[in-house]
Design a protein around this ligand. Structure first.
Ligand SMILES: O=P(O)(O)OC[C@H]1O[C@](O)(CO)[C@@H](O)[C@@H]1O
Length: 552
């Protein structure tokens, strides 16, 4: 069967494997984690995996061996492996945009052959990586100088969505590996405050802007880039000739880059077969490469590659992205789970969940299948979360005792980073919190246990923890560039598998278009009071009120 061929694909809800899962869910009934662990001493061993540097424990899930058998049967029936292989081969599996989906080619080693329309794309990937490396080395060594001959001290990435979230996240994660004499900032919001705060204490003579945009037509990015150019030229008291030393571009669109006034000699290319949210290991990661250096960047790519190979070759029952995806499908369908929390127990992963929000929600927030037919099952969950232990003092209450089941990923590392010095002593406490939360969420506290502590009867329901709140624990020795690559690829492929099972196109993002068009139409109404034909009464009144506030 050709898995991405509509004619051959049965709708998910008509598959016997889908029905078999429903039957199984009914049999499982209210069986909880206490019972599952009590009756199965080998559970933690059996329901855990080592992949590269990652250890994944998925034993605290409401599943049995039979559940996993039926879930992997579903993956088989929905053609996940065939679609995966088609993706790796460079076929145009993004059918609504008629594009190949080849972020995996970004981490292919030199010499591997991956073709799009008969052209091997791997040499071009390495050419760009080499150019990036040369540029990064020059900036790091102080050899790239600005208009006045001074070395660069601050790199400001201007981009949004996939052209911001990935590099900004990774910059935080790999801070301990970063050149500390350089400062890195990220501007994404069209709110002028973002650029203002990013540059207010900077010396234009020592500032380099990387304008990152796949299309180079994104209004937020172009608006900020124009303003940054104005700031630079004003600050230097120079003309257009100063732009070259302070602006480089990352894009697929050389024409627009050159129209903007950036010399295409200072442009780093990527390709339409790299989706925005899958792009930070392309030239979109240029600021990161400047920060950590080419060698560390390549280590990160090797980490991605390791997970790609695992995903491509491991059997479903031992395939980490596949298992995480299947568990998500299980809860979405049979436990009415609408959300998924990602809770890193690492300060360096503070932007990780924000990054995953785009990766997951822009990919799988779809309501029609690849053929445009409405789906009759839930697709992508709301992905959210912030680092532990902060979340514990905010929203964990709802995770533990709320009415909704929210599966969560707990991510932690055994070794704190070297440069923390004496602060490394706090690490055991941090990790004890991670393990304790997984334990409390899974096993809760029964009314009997609460009573046994002498709690007054009227407080017993309040102090009872129902448990059976599933978590996956992802542990690694330390947070290296390679481990980051492994983690990101793990989630990329998880999202892929879920999209394949739900039958949706995970690689388009039509849902972001309408708001962009309407904003463009509304702007003159706000600025000049132009009438917008057919505007609804609520939006019209809001525009009027806004203009009054502005004294217009
Ligand atoms: O890199 P670009 O073309 O500026 O696009 C930025 C982002 O905008 C989006 O198209 C959605 O608004 C994302 O998919 C993309 O990552």
């Amino acid at each position: 069967m050709n898995a991405h061929d509509a004619a051959d694909r049965e709708r998910l809800d008509r598959l016997p494997e889908w029905a078999a899962l429903a039957d199984h869910r009914a049999v499982l009934g209210e069986v909880g984690l206490r019972e599952l662990f009590a009756t199965d001493p080998g559970r933690a061993d059996r329901f855990s995996l080592e992949v590269g540097d990652l250890h994944l424990d998925y034993s605290k899930h409401l599943v049995t061996d039979e559940t996993l058998r039926r879930l992997t049967a579903l993956a088989k029936a929905t053609g996940v492996a065939e679609l995966r292989d088609a993706m790796f081969r460079g076929e145009r599996i993004n059918n609504t945009e008629n594009r190949a989906v080849l972020h995996t080619a970004l981490r292919a080693p030199r010499g591997e052959v991956i073709q799009v329309d008969g052209v091997d794309v791997v040499p071009a990937v390495h050419q760009v990586l080499d150019r990036m490396a040369e540029f990064a080395n020059r900036v790091r060594a102080g050899e790239w100088v600005g208009h006045t001959g001074q070395r660069i001290r601050t790199v400001v990435n201007i981009g949004i969505g996939g052209s911001d979230l990935g590099p900004a996240m990774a910059q935080e994660v790999l801070r301990p590996y970063s050149a500390r004499e350089l400062d890195f900032r990220f501007v994404s919001n069209v709110d002028g405050a973002d650029l203002h705060e990013a540059v207010r204490d900077l010396d234009p003579a020592q500032t380099l802007f990387i304008v990152a945009s796949k299309t180079f037509t994104t209004i937020e990015t172009l608006t900020n880039a124009k303003a940054a150019r104005g700031w630079l030229l004003d600050g230097l008291g120079a003309g257009e000739e100063a732009v070259a030393g302070h602006f480089v571009a990352v894009s697929t669109n050389a024409e627009q880059v050159s129209d903007f006034g950036i010399d295409t000699a200072n442009m780093f290319e990527f390709w339409d077969w790299v989706g925005g949210r899958y792009s930070y290991d392309s030239a979109i990661g240029l600021s990161l490469m400047v920060a950590i250096g080419p060698a560390r960047f390549r280590e990160m790519l090797d980490g991605f590659r390791l997970m790609d190979e695992h995903f491509r070759t491991a059997p479903p029952a031992e395939n980490a992205p596949m298992l995480l995806a299947l568990l998500g499908v299980w809860y979405g369908r049979f436990y009415d789970a609408h959300a998924h929390a990602v809770l890193p127990y690492s300060h360096y992963l503070s932007r990780f969940t924000a990054y995953l929000q785009q990766l997951d929600m822009e990919s799988n927030g779809k309501r029609v299948d690849r053929e445009g037919r409405p789906v009759d099952w839930h697709t992508g969950p709301v992905v959210w979360g912030t680092p532990g232990t902060n979340g514990q003092h905010a929203y964990f209450q709802l995770l533990h005792q709320g009415t909704r089941l929210i599966p969560a990923d707990l991510i932690g590392f055994a070794e704190p980073v070297e440069e923390l010095g004496a602060l490394r002593d706090q690490h055991d406490l941090l990790m004890a919190n991670l393990f304790a939360q997984g334990q409390a969420l899974a096993f809760g506290k029964t009314p009997e246990e609460v009573r046994a502590e002498g709690v007054p009867e009227e407080l017993v329901p309040h102090r009872t923890f129902p448990g059976d709140r599933p978590t996956t624990t992802v542990l690694a020795g330390s947070l290296t560039p390679s481990v980051l690559g492994q983690l990101v690829a793990l989630y990329e492929h998880k999202v892929f598998v879920q999209g394949a099972i739900w039958g949706i196109d995970s690689f388009d993002q039509w849902g972001v278009e309408l708001g962009k068009v309407l904003a463009k139409r509304l702007e003159p109404a706000l600025t000049d009071g132009d009438r917008v034909a057919g505007l609804d009464s609520s939006t019209s009144a809001l525009v009027d009120r806004y203009r009054k506030f502005r004294g217009r």
